[in-house]
Write a protein that binds this ligand. Sequence first.
Ligand code: SF4
Length: 131
Amino acid sequence: MSSSMLEKYLLDEIGNMALREARARFERELRSRFALETISCMAPGSLAEWPIEEQAPLFRLLPGVEAAIGVQLTESFLMLPRKSVSGIYFPSEGTFFSCQLCPRERCEGRKARFDPDKARTFGLSPDREVS
Ligand code: SF4
């Protein structure tokens, strides 16, 4: 690996670590502020059933979000700056991650093990292709 490739990799990993920490703090704040014991979240693009194109209606729910926090949705439904995340948090009895319904085998972002029984409960085929 060349030094510039290594540098890019390390910078990307630092960005991922910062994102994980920011997310964990945000979740602690949500639980504390609204007295929620358990919360779960889902994000557009994490499941074939909620594709990345759903970023557009999600952003429309938050008019002025770009001016407020500087996150911009591109025409290809990606967000700038790059380490931005979007989605919906909701109170739940148990912890739910869309990763539990996602059969993708290799994903560095996986937050929970794939659960084929849970996927069937949600009417999803555990053998479906994931884009
Ligand atoms: S396993 Fe990866 S691709 Fe699948 S939902 Fe989780 S983060 Fe997204």
